[in-house]
Design a protein around this ligand. Structure first.
Ligand code: C2E
Ligand code: CA
Ligand code: CA
Ligand code: CA
Length: 275
């Protein structure tokens, strides 16, 4: 395999699907990765902005490739969806994350990402119920993050699945808000307890007045609908000040901690909590 300076894993990127043989090799190795235990979860804190103390932790999957090192999820989740691997991989992610989180202090919630294919393709409610039962994690401590793409799946009753999940007592969170085609009516129709404001808005918060206006409108709207908001990709204290002013309660980003293996996770305030 060749490197191009941006990491060996580019060799495997689905963008190179012109080379069918490379694509097939990638898919084959991906199929083997689960039985070979090559996936691992890293965990990133989500902090309460009034104390900068973690109130939740998001699980983020990585593939530790034997030759190419750590491969980020954007490179393999879409392929796992295509080749029908997202079901078993998603089950492993849920079970592993719930088992880990069951050991954390009881006021720390766990956030797990779901792919659209997991929501509409299978028996998600049963998979989640089993993960909770097997690990003893209380349902109220689990947040399942879904993106708008789930809501656009026309031929499936994603609404019924989301209601099935909330009936278990877990929280459903709308991830990457503002990046897709979501209509505000979705917020009313689906049982979300929280909205995550995408980091593209947070990134320009201090330089663009329109981003600040969007963030404070979303926060106000969420509050009116009895939902909370988490800001993603927070990297500076200037962003924190604007988020607090906008009424945003929770934040996640490198300022407070990068994703780390479970053993390296800390539940102490991760940074000096500037006023
Ligand atoms: P996401 O759910 O929006 O996750 C947040 C991403 O932003 C993570 O990238 C995280 O490492 C990154 N991030 C966190 N803080 C900062 C920051 O301050 N600055 C910047 N620039 N980036 C930050 P990651 O881990 O590469 O994950 C990418 C995406 O892959 C996730 O986006 C999610 O959509 C998907 N993903 C990750 N884990 C899973 C999983 O277990 N299952 C599924 N279905 N998808 C997953
Ligand atoms: Ca997420
Ligand atoms: Ca997100
Ligand atoms: Ca994202």
């Amino acid at each position: 395999a060749k490197t191009d300076g941006r990491g060996c894993y580019r060799f495997f990127a689905p963008a190179m699907d012109t080379d069918v043989r490379l694509q097939r090799a990638f898919e084959l190795q991906l199929r083997e990765a689960l039985p070979r235990r090559e996936f691992e979860l890293h965990y990133q804190p989500i902090v309460d902005l009034s104390t900068c103390r973690p109130c939740a932790v998001e699980a983020l999957v990585r593939w530790r490739h034997p030759e190419h090192g750590l491969i980020p999820p954007d490179k393999f989740i879409p392929v796992a969806e295509e080749i029908g691997l997202i079901g078993p991989l998603g089950e492993w992610i849920l079970a592993t994350a719930c088992r880990t989180a069951a050991e954390w202090p009881s006021d720390i919630r766990l956030a797990v990402n779901l792919s659209a294919k997991q929501v509409v393709g299978g028996d998600l409610v049963e998979v989640v119920r089993r993960a909770l039962a097997d690990t003893g994690l209380p349902a109220g401590r689990l947040e399942l993050e879904i993106t708008e793409s789930v809501l656009l799946q026309k031929d499936h009753d994603s609404l019924a699945v989301l209601h099935g999940l909330t009936a278990l007592g877990v929280h459903v969170v709308l991830d990457d808000f503002g990046t897709g085609y979501s209509s505000l009516s979705y917020l009313q129709l689906f049982p979300f307890s929280k909205i995550k404001i995408d980091r593209t808005f947070v990134a320009e918060l201090t330089t663009r007045a329109d981003c600040a206006a969007i963030v404070s409108s979303v926060t106000t709207l969420a509050r009116a609908l009895a939902m909370s908001t988490t800001a993603e990709g927070v990297e500076t204290w200037d962003q924190v000040a604007l988020l607090r002013a906008a009424g945003c309660r929770e934040a996640q980003g490198w300022l407070f901690g990068r994703p780390v293996p479970a053993a390296a996770l800390s539940f102490e305030p991760t940074a000096a909590c500037a006023p």
